[in-house]
Design a protein around this ligand. Structure first.
Ligand code: AMP
Length: 761
């Protein structure tokens, strides 16, 4: 059955002697690697171990290092090994190939099946070991295939079997299943006609209308092998640019949910997509209210066109649950005709209540096609949103409005207790009511489309304006947190923000974390047309959040404050932006570094949001974070011995998910702009990691200081302690201050210096 077609790598029978085999499986998710391994292991007389990265960590996803260790130990025990991970890139295989040697042959089995088939399988599967299923799988498979590098013998493989269709796979299965303990397999490349040819077109090529090769026979591994029907279909496919949803529909059938638009895939892959404000909205009135689809799609396009340029970096997404949705395809076609920027507006097939977990799409705002009573019930989107958001939404809605007229909307900040907030990252629901053409529903317009279109336009205007007001408000919050809130250098601080720009209430003073009071913010007050005060969301959230520091709390975090949490929980979605991923931590550059070198070590432990949550049982997590932070600081010191580092936590962080700052002490950064920034790293607000470790092991929790007063302290040089009236003056001073660091920093290893740099930098 095998055909040796590589002249340079002629198969030659090896001398019969017992040799172990390390088979490195290569293939996209859904290509059938695990099934392949399991099948062989069931029927083979040889002892095999399967090393799967998705389960290696006590049944959970683990690391490459863990796989290497396990593979090496299984080989030492005399087993042959299947390495069941994607291994699509050469670099990902290199370390495993090195496990080979005189006693161990290293093989590659490449399941290079059509992208369409892999996606179809990935999206359909349930309870996948690595939780790669549903709509998100499409984007992942697609992304991986872009980077595919087929293995070569020169990498160190003694045998490569390329399978491009089910027949090839069956042949390879037979070969490996039939291996007895003493059998060896001929060396060489098998199944590959032309090693240089790009065998398989990725989805993006289909999307770009690149014609697939018409000669399907040429892609089969052997001319004797018949080409199975689904592959013939794949190779002849030529799909339209915006039709990934149909592609996925074809591939996975009507049950596919949460399939991603290519734009989502690409935007979400750039690492910071979870920070892009996004409104997901259903088509208004076209379902239950029986509004004409053609007319409705015209209105959507008209309104999207009107708003798309006002969006800044935000985006609008029209969502529908069904693959074949008429309104989606009409809108897609019209959006393409009008050349609406697909990064700013696109369509998405998925459940609006599970856009992030089900489809990898981060939307901080979702629109609800509400009923006039603003109550749960009915069917469709309204019922789904109320049900997924839990009673918190009903209560919060009732606080804002009792009813809604057609054409209007109401913004409801979602309490942090709502599962939609924690799980999906939704901070606001905008209820909106469209016109009704259904005689069995209230306010029927009896086919009056002049009025109907007018009301529908009004509804979308109200919805998009509401979204824009949220975006602007959150932009201010986010800037306050990370960037640009300029404080007067004098002591007259505006307490409308805390260090992180958390605006609190518009009316009364309310309490936050440690019981510190902040005055109302006037400058960040934003209202939508029905008079909803967006900041009240924070007030509502924060009022429930006034426990004493040191007591574990469930704090409310805005959408922007969840970015690190999402990175820690789903690092694979952000992996291009990460310096390190392990089971316990994720390391990344601070997005707004306050010094030349400023990185964050995030704990991956879900539920540990901040230092106040840390208890004795978390000591090991903190020790790991510290060790990783030290490792990176040492690396930086090795590169530049003039630097000095501190590792520590903010007493009251702005961002959710426990994170350790590793920051060089030059504070030479354009992002360091105000007193709060400075004091958050140069007063007791910054808790040195070494001290935190000591406190936790001695007292079971960290001592958190009165951060309110610490942040408003006068500006002092961190070396000579001289006072300075403004940030520019301070910065100019520290650029030349060579005074030794204070002894308090030199004690207990709080300051990290280059080993050879005994004199201070
Ligand atoms: P903290 O006050 O300890 O919560 O600090 C949060 C840090 O996260 C700040 O130094 C920010 O500059 C940084 N930051 C904010 N957003 C991001 C992001 N999306 N990625 C990386 N760092 C971020």
């Amino acid at each position: 059955m095998e055909t040796d077609i590589d002249d340079t790598c002629k198969a030659k029978d090896e001398e019969k002697k017992s040799k172990q085999i390390l088979v490195i499986m290569v293939g996209a998710p859904g290509s059938g690697k695990s099934t392949f391994c399991e099948h062989v292991m069931r029927s083979s007389a040889r002892p095999w171990a399967r090393i799967c990265q998705d389960t290696i960590n006590k049944g959970k996803s683990g690391t490459k290092v863990q796989c290497l260790t396990s593979a090496s130990s299984a080989l030492k025990k005399g087993k042959s090994v299947f390495l069941d991970r994607c291994n699509l890139e050469r670099e990902q295989r290199t370390d495993f190939v090195k496990l080979g040697g005189p006693e161990v042959d290293v093989h590659a089995v490449v399941l290079d099946l059509p992208a369409k088939l892999c996606i179809s399988r990935s999206v359909k599967r349930i309870e996948h070991e690595g939780n790669l299923q549903g709509g998100k799988a499409a984007a992942v498979v697609n992304r991986m295939l872009q980077k595919k590098e087929l293995p070569k013998l020169s990498e160190g493989f003694s045998r490569i079997t390329l399978c491009q269709n089910e027949n090839d796979v069956q042949a390879a299965l037979d070969t490996y299943s039939g291996l007895g303990p003493l059998d060896t397999l001929p060396h060489g490349s098998f199944g590959q006609k032309n090693p240089d040819a790009k065998i398989q077109l990725g989805i993006m090529k289909f999307l770009k209308k690149v014609d697939a090769p018409s000669n399907t026979g040429s892609t089969a591994s052997s001319t004797q092998d018949p080409v199975p029907p689904q592959i013939t279909e794949e190779k002849n496919s030529c799909l339209e640019g915006q039709e990934i949803t149909s592609l996925l529909s074809d591939a996975a059938g009507e049950e596919v949910k949460g399939t991603e638009n290519p734009e989502v895939a690409s935007v979400n892959q750039n690492g910071s997509s979870s920070d892009v404000p996004t409104l997901a909205f259903p088509s208004l009135s076209t379902s239950d209210f029986q509004f004409n689809n053609e007319k409705a799609s015209d209105v959507i396009i008209e309104k999207v066109e009107e708003f798309v340029n006002k969006l800044g970096n935000a985006r609008l997404v029209l969502v529908d649950l069904t693959q074949g949705s008429k309104i989606l395809s009409l809108v897609r076609a019209k959006a393409a005709q009008k050349h609406i920027n697909p990064k700013k507006f696109f369509t998405f097939v998925g459940d609006i209540t599970r856009l992030y977990t089900g489809g990898g799409l981060c939307c901080n705002v979702i629109a609800n096609a509400a009923n006039w009573r603003l109550k749960p019930g009915g069917g469709g989107v309204n019922a789904a949103i109320f049900s997924a958001a839990g009673p918190a939404l009903e209560v919060a809605t009732a606080e804002r409005a009792k009813s809604l007229y057609p054409g209007n909307s109401v913004i409801v900040p979602l309490p942090s207790t709502s599962p939609l907030c924690g799980r999906e990252g939704v901070t606001h629901v905008i209820h909106v009511l469209g016109p009704n053409m259904n005689p069995r529903r209230p306010n029927c317009l009896d086919g009056d489309y002049v009025k109907g279109c007018e009301i529908l336009r009004k509804a979308y205007t109200s919805l998009f304006e509401g979204f824009l007001s949220i975006v602007r408000s959150q932009e201010k919050l986010s800037k306050g947190c990370n960037e640009d809130i300029r404080l007067e250098p004098s002591v007259s601080q505006d307490h409308s923000e805390d260090v992180h720009g958390n605006y609190i209430s518009t009316g009364d003073k309310i309490k936050r974390d440690g019981g510190h009071e902040y005055e109302q913010s006037k400058k960040c007050k934003t209202q939508n047309e029905v008079g909803t005060d967006i900041n009240l969301s924070r007030a509502a959230n924060l009022s429930a959040d006034n426990e004493k520091i040191g007591v574990s709390t469930s704090k409310a975090w805005g959408s922007w404050a969840q970015a690190l949490y999402r990175t820690a929980m789903y690092p694979e979605r952000h992996k291009d932006d990460l310096l390190e991923i392990s089971d316990d931590v994720v390391v990344l550059n601070d997005l707004y570094p306050k010094a030349q070198k400023h990185i964050l070590v995030l704990s991956r432990f879900d539920g540990l949001d901040r230092l106040a949550d840390v208890r004795n049982e978390h000591l090991q997590i903190l020790q790991t974070m510290h060790a990783v932070g030290m490792k990176w600081a040492e690396k930086f010191l090795h590169e530049d011995a003039s630097l000095a580092f501190r590792l520590g936590y903010h007493s009251a962080p702005s961002m959710r998910q426990l994170h350790l700052h590793v920051i060089s002490q030059d504070f030479n950064s354009k992002h360091l702009k105000n007193k709060k920034h400075w004091n958050s790293f140069n007063t007791a607000f910054f808790c040195d990691s070494v001290d935190v470790l000591e406190e936790i092991s001695n007292h079971g929790k960290a001592t958190l200081k009165d951060y309110d007063s610490l942040l408003s302290m006068e500006l002092r040089c961190h070396r000579c302690r001289s006072a300075h009236p403004s940030i520019p003056r301070l910065k100019s001073h520290i650029s030349s201050c060579r005074a030794p660091f204070p002894s308090s920093l030199l004690e207990n290893g709080r300051l990290m210096l280059a080993p050879r740099n005994t004199a201070q930098p």
